[in-house]
Design a protein around this ligand. Structure first.
Ligand code: PBG
Length: 339
């Protein structure tokens, strides 16, 4: 191999290698000079849980260090994030009550709609993304409308359109349909356009694998399915070509940006999507990935800051533009030189 073949040295002594990659690693300045990707706070998105009404933010036991905001606390919280350098939030709501249809999801006074208005009033610059799904709002915990024992695709798409319109009406910049129903991007796009929200963007959860890593999120939202699982709509983790097909369909249906999740189990998809699509790509480091890193750090297995920044850098290297992570606040602080 050319890389390791030695070449004769002109002036005697030592072994001469033509290629010595270590030459450019000799100092921090050299390493920074040739670094291929940048990790910056401007890419970050913090998932934020919001419950209806007032009262203080409360800890979420399954996500150590992450609080559930109330509609009353989320405005101040968004201002804090802004000063900390986190530019965007992804809002998840808890309902007052669940029903089989998940009606509260498209109500104009859902926790999410109220939170969008509160955040936009308190911190207009904050980019507000909303999760568009039904699982937290339905008694059965599925992401769509259930007909018998089946999740009804087209009926669900119609409801997701209503949810997106309610969030857009409240002032969301971006809606993120996450139910993995066929045609949901097209359905949401036409519902938004029909109601005059042609400027509201769609970040599609294009490839969402049926994953064990959503566990802590489902605890936080109380959204585990009451029967069956999500395998009839979320992607089989064995499939990458099918994932790329989902991305292609969503791009063709009008998605403005594409997301993959979980992040660390989808690095191959990010890399392949980066070559195929010119849309912005987002990677979602999901609740189980966060909880795993937190738990390991708490046990002294590794340094949390170094490990987290390494995972986020790997996502950038694989091709992600946007990074959705429960570590967004810490990452913004670390990247700004804070402790
Ligand atoms: C809603 C949704 C889920 C997540 C994001 N949107 C849960 C699920 O599919 O069960 C998971 C996010 C996380 O684990 O942080 N469908």
């Amino acid at each position: 191999m050319a890389r390791t073949r030695s070449v004769p040295e002109e002036s005697g002594g030592g072994r001469s290698l033509r290629a010595r990659p270590r030459r450019l690693r000799r100092s921090p300045a050299l390493r920074d000079w040739v670094a291929e990707v940048e990790l910056s706070a401007r890419h970050l998105v913090l998932p934020v849980f919001v419950r209806p009404g007032g009262g203080p933010a409360t800890p979420l036991p399954s996500l150590p260090g992450i609080d559930c905001q109330s509609v009353a606390t989320v405005a101040d919280f968004s201002r804090t994030l802004r000063t900390e350098g986190v530019p965007a939030v992804l809002l998840f709501g808890l309902p007052r009550r669940k029903d089989p249809q998940g009606r509260e999801a498209w109500s104009d006074d859902s926790a999410v709609a109220s939170a969008v208005r509160a955040v936009k009033r308190a911190s207009p610059e904050t980019i507000v993304v909303t999760d568009v799904c039904l699982c937290a709002y339905t008694t059965h915990g599925h992401c769509g409308a259930v007909d018998g024992a089946e999740v009804d695709n087209d009926g669900s798409v119609e409801r997701l359109g209503r949810v997106a319109v309610a969030h857009a009406r409240a002032g969301a910049d971006v809606v993120a349909p996450s139910a993995m129903m066929d045609g949901q991007v097209a359905g949401v796009r036409s519902a938004l356009d029909r109601d005059g929200f042609s400027s509201t963007s769609i970040l599609s959860y294009a490839t969402k694998h049926a994953s064990a890593f959503y566990g802590p999120f489902r605890d936080a939202e109380g959204s585990a399915p009451a029967f069956g699982d999500r395998a009839t709509y979320q992607l089989d983790p064995r499939n990458a070509r099918e994932a790329l097909r989902e991305m292609r369909l969503d791009a063709d249906e009008g998605a403005d940006a594409l997301m993959v999740k979980p992040a660390l189990t989808s690095l191959d998809l990010l890399a392949r999507a980066r070559r195929r699509f010119d849309l912005p790509l987002a990677a979602y480091q999901v609740s189980g990935e966060f909880a795993m890193l937190r738990a390991a750090a708490a046990q002294g297995i590794f340094d949390e800051r170094a490990a987290v920044l390494e995972t986020l850098t790997a996502l950038r290297r694989a091709g992600a533009d946007l990074l959705v992570t429960y570590y967004a606040r810490d990452a913004a602080r670390w990247l700004g030189g804070g402790p």
